[in-house]
Design a binder for this molecule. Structure first.
Ligand SMILES: NC(=O)c1ccc[n+]([C@@H]2O[C@H](COP(=O)([O-])OP(=O)(O)OC[C@H]3O[C@@H](n4cnc5c(N)ncnc54)[C@H](OP(=O)(O)O)[C@@H]3O)[C@@H](O)[C@H]2O)c1
Length: 334
């Protein structure tokens, strides 16, 4: 029994919202956690507010700023060294959404920042930690039981990145669409700010970055057989009160949760969303590679999870392998 160790889940962005609310269920399921944030101090302060006793001791805080690829490299090195043998799950959760920007913000390497944080940072982190999770101990301990656990990567997707769903067709400012990928082809540096190389639209930049997240989950499922790696994504529901919407107009922040609660019925609490993420990332029921899990946009009590059909923009093999190769080049992996 001694030679087995507790399994560990890495999750990005735990200072608020969905990420913060994923911590408790993960600990309840028996996991150690590697919480990756750009400020460990703020992450610890927030975690201390929700954990009363010594549960927080199951969380290791590592500082990575996903908008800086050098920070991702340093953090990944530390994680691989300290936790390589027990790291079984990566949850890519952190994100920025700044729909009111007039001009693009730039990451440390000069990329448009929402693509840099949401896609490039996570893509590099995944690739740098892939070897660790694939070679981690086959069996781990969860709540005192020895478990055989196939490594898993879970990525937060969204309805607005899936053109097959109503939310994915919203024309304001435009649906997610990577176009001819000329922004990727030409290096994504100023003056380029969009995947398709066209004019900067901040809301679309977010949707495009989430589309890339969902493509990454699909591409991983093609590259690894399900006995080696399970790669999935999810739409946790409309978690309309998280800080993700902090950069929207105040009137939107007031009306959006009410609209989702009483008109569409799509509203989900941060707590429920966090539980959904923890389940999709670690539960046997969700161990199907290439699946995008959803509970739909009408939340009813006891509503069952299902495998959401995805648009060609996400599953097209030619596009996804090009996005993979071009991203590898942009983040310096080739
Ligand atoms: N809310 C929704 O309705 C909804 C719906 C579908 C999908 N999602 C997805 O759910 C995920 C979580 O969103 P949320 O609603 O919980 O948003 P949130 O409360 O704003 O949380 C975002 C997290 O990302 C972190 N982050 C931002 N920039 C970072 C950087 N450069 N480096 C490291 N971490 C960074 C934030 O940390 P700081 O405190 O340092 O900024 C925070 O911890 C996102 O992937 C989002 O796309 C959300």
């Amino acid at each position: 029994m001694e030679k087995f160790k507790k399994g560990a889940v890495l999750i990005t962005g735990t200072t608020s919202g969905v990420g913060l609310n994923t911590l408790k269920p993960l600990i309840e399921f028996g996991w150690d956690i590697i919480a990756v944030n750009r400020s460990s101090k703020r992450a610890i302060d927030e975690a201390n507010k929700i954990f009363k006793n010594n549960e927080i001791e199951s969380i290791n805080f590592i500082e990575i700023d996903l908008s800086d690829l050098n920070s991702v490299r340093d953090g990944a090195k530390e994680i691989a060294t300290r936790f390589g043998n027990v790291l079984k799950v990566l949850i890519c959760n952190a994100a920025v959404y700044k729909p009111r920007l007039k001009r693009p913000e730039r990451s440390s390497q000069g990329f448009e920042n929402s693509m840099a944080v949401n896609h490039f940072g996570h893509f590099l982190l995944i690739n740098l930690l892939l070897e660790s999770i694939l070679n981690s101990d086959e069996k781990i301990i969860l709540n005192g039981e020895i478990s055989k656990f196939i490594p898993r990567i879970t990525i937060l997707g969204t309805v607005t990145a899936n053109y097959l769903e109503l939310g994915g067709k919203i024309p304001i400012p435009a649906p997610a669409n990577l176009g001819d990928l000329s922004g990727f082809e030409h290096g994504f540096l100023s003056p380029i700010s969009m995947a398709n190389g066209k004019k900067f639209k901040p809301g679309k930049a977010y949707k495009d970055s989430k589309l890339c997240n969902m493509i990454t989950a699909q591409e991983l499922s093609k590259r690894f057989t399900p006995d080696k790696l399970i790669s999935n994504s999810l739409y946790p529901g409309c978690v309309a009160k998280t800080k993700l919407f902090r950069n929207t107009p105040w009137i939107f922040r007031v009306l959006f949760p009410l609209f989702q609660k009483f008109i569409t019925g799509g509203y989900v609490s941060e707590r429920l969303a966090g539980r959904r993420v923890a389940l999709v990332a670690t539960n046997e029921e969700y161990a199907r590679t290439g699946v995008h899990w959803s509970w739909g946009n009408r939340q009813k009590l006891g509503k069952k999870v299902f495998s959401q059909k995805l648009s060609q923009r996400i599953i097209d093999p030619y596009t996804s392998s090009r996005v993979w190769k071009l991203t590898k080049k942009l983040v310096g992996l080739i």
